[in-house]
Design a protein around this ligand. Sequence first.
Ligand SMILES: [Cu+2]
Length: 148
Amino acid sequence: MKSLFILLFSLIFSVNSMASELMVSGQYVRATPPHAKNSAAFLSISNHSNKVVKLIAASSDIADRVELHNHIKEDGLMKMRQVKEVVINANSKVTLQPGGYHVMFLGLKNDLKEGQNVNITLYFDNGNEVNIDAPVQKISMSHKTMHH
Ligand SMILES: [Cu+2]
């Protein structure tokens, strides 16, 4: 019985220490005007491990498709491009922010209003999954200047 407790304790402890290697903070989702089709989530990922970790996918039930995107300046225009992964170097932090990397929601099922929370799961190449709640916030930056 005692060994079972020790086993359980060490199991819980190892799961906790694994999860804390990747920390997500500052997450939010862009509020949309009525009947908008797309939105995006922004967040920071801290990698506290000694290994490179890659964000490879994201999912949420608010949209038909969830993709990882980056912004690239092309012919003086900011264009969005789908990317396969976002690399987070060992002991580093990457911030997904307007004008850069973002989690793209395509085919929104409902309008996103301030005060709501969006549940998002992030998938990493080491098998880790991180589930977060991101508050919906208004962002002044115009999306009209963005082109896919
Ligand atoms: Cu995008």
